[in-house]
Design a protein around this ligand. Structure first.
Ligand SMILES: Cc1cc2nc3c(=O)[nH]c(=O)nc-3n(C[C@H](O)[C@H](O)[C@H](O)COP(=O)(O)O)c2cc1C
Length: 341
């Protein structure tokens, strides 16, 4: 750790205040920078997470592509996947220099690819190693380090196992933990099944908060509405929404007022979509690779008009036309003519 002193290189980029009362979950292939830009137009307050990025990708990959983001996305947390304390510390330094407001360690992802790299949910069986990872990351940067985990894995799924895991995190000075309130079966269930099949146990997460009152506890899993989020907030410090935020994005437009007691977002769906027209134009104009497509952005907006008359036609136009070579913001403008705000 000698060469990993706290990083003040970009101290002009002061970290933004992070309030985890409501967040949008890290989701591979979904919460890319275009998605987050769109979500930020809907809520100024929610904390937004990146997709999981492995330490190897941070070290060897195209950093602009993997870690690049738009400034308005703040406050924004980078989620890292890895299990080598040194590599995680080094990746954290890079993330802090780039201006990320929080760095989250993935201890919940059950996919095969992740297991073979020995990180993600399988790390729940190695609390001491996770504690070492957290300590190395905390020693390397000033921004908050957080962990996202499950309530258990395989046959290590007792309440005592979870309590033991969380105790290790607390001993490592972790300030905030996000718990997906279902266990993961590492053998036999696909990642998708692991998000639906094991039953939710919210009470177990509530009890973790009772056992560790000084630890910030964020609950995740199966939360579909802001009313449900408010109910959880009577027991824990924050609610994280994944699929519901992505598949019914309009609920995000009420988050500032209902969850944060902040000024209401008064824009309608068309106002938001019109702001995305400029974003699409800028993205396509700036592209020098020839690979940029309007679809990279509009695919995240497919569900914006869910439940509104004309939504089917809107979706159809975006799905079919936005992926064509040369398609630009006019495709979104056309789709918008079929839906009312
Ligand atoms: C498409 C997709 C990709 C996901 N990728 C990640 C990921 O990169 N890191 C992670 O910690 N969880 C990931 N998850 C899990 C979510 O963060 C969340 O824990 C899970 O979906 C349960 O929350 P929900 O019921 O609100 O969706 C992913 C989920 C989905 C649907």
């Amino acid at each position: 750790m000698k060469n990993l002193v706290k990083s003040y290189i970009n101290s002009d980029i002061a970290p933004h205040t992070v309030n985890r009362r409501f967040s949008v979950a890290p989701m591979i292939d979904w919460t890319d920078k275009h998605c987050r830009y769109f979500h930020r137009l809907l809520t100024s307050q929610a904390l937004l997470y990146t997709e999981m990025v492995t330490t190897g990708a941070v070290e060897h990959g195209d950093r602009d592509k993997i870690l690049g983001y738009n400034q308005p996305e703040h406050p924004i947390a980078l989620q890292l996947g890895g299990s080598d304390p040194k590599a995680l510390a080094a990746a954290s330094v890079i993330a802090e220099q780039l201006g990320y407001d929080e760095i989250n360690l993935n201890v919940g992802c059950p996919s095969d690819r992740v297991q073979s790299g020995s990180f993600g949910a399988c790390l729940m069986a190695e609390p001491q190693l996770v504690a070492e990872c957290v300590q190395a990351m905390e020693a390397a940067v000033s921004v908050p380090i957080t962990v996202k985990c499950r309530i258990g894995i395989d046959d290590q799924d007792s309440e005592a196992d979870l309590t033991n895991f969380v105790q290790h995190m607390v001993d490592a000075q972790l300030q905030s933990i996000t718990i997906h309130a279902r266990k993961a079966w590492l053998n036999g269930l696909s990642p998708k099944q692991n998000r639906d099949v094991p039953p939710l146990d919210y009470d177990r997460v509530y009890r973790i908060k009772q056992k560790f009152p000084a630890l910030e506890v964020i609950i995740n899993g199966g939360i579909k509405t802001l009313d449900q989020a408010l109910t959880h907030l009577q027991h824990v410090d924050g609610a994280m929404l994944g699929r519901a935020a992505y598949q019914t994005p309009w609920i995000l437009s009420a988050v500032d007022e209902i969850i944060f007691d902040a000024p209401k977002n008064t824009e309608n769906r068309h106002d938001i979509a019109h702001k995305m027209l400029d974003y699409i134009d800028n993205y396509l104009t700036a592209d020098i690779t020839g690979r940029a497509r309007a679809h990279h952005i509009t695919r995240h907006m497919i569900f914006l008009f869910q439940g509104i008359e004309g939504a089917r036609k809107y979706r159809q136009i975006l799905s079919v036309e936005a992926n064509k070579l040369g398609a630009g913001s006019e495709v979104l403008a056309k789709a918008l003519t079929y839906v009312n705000p």
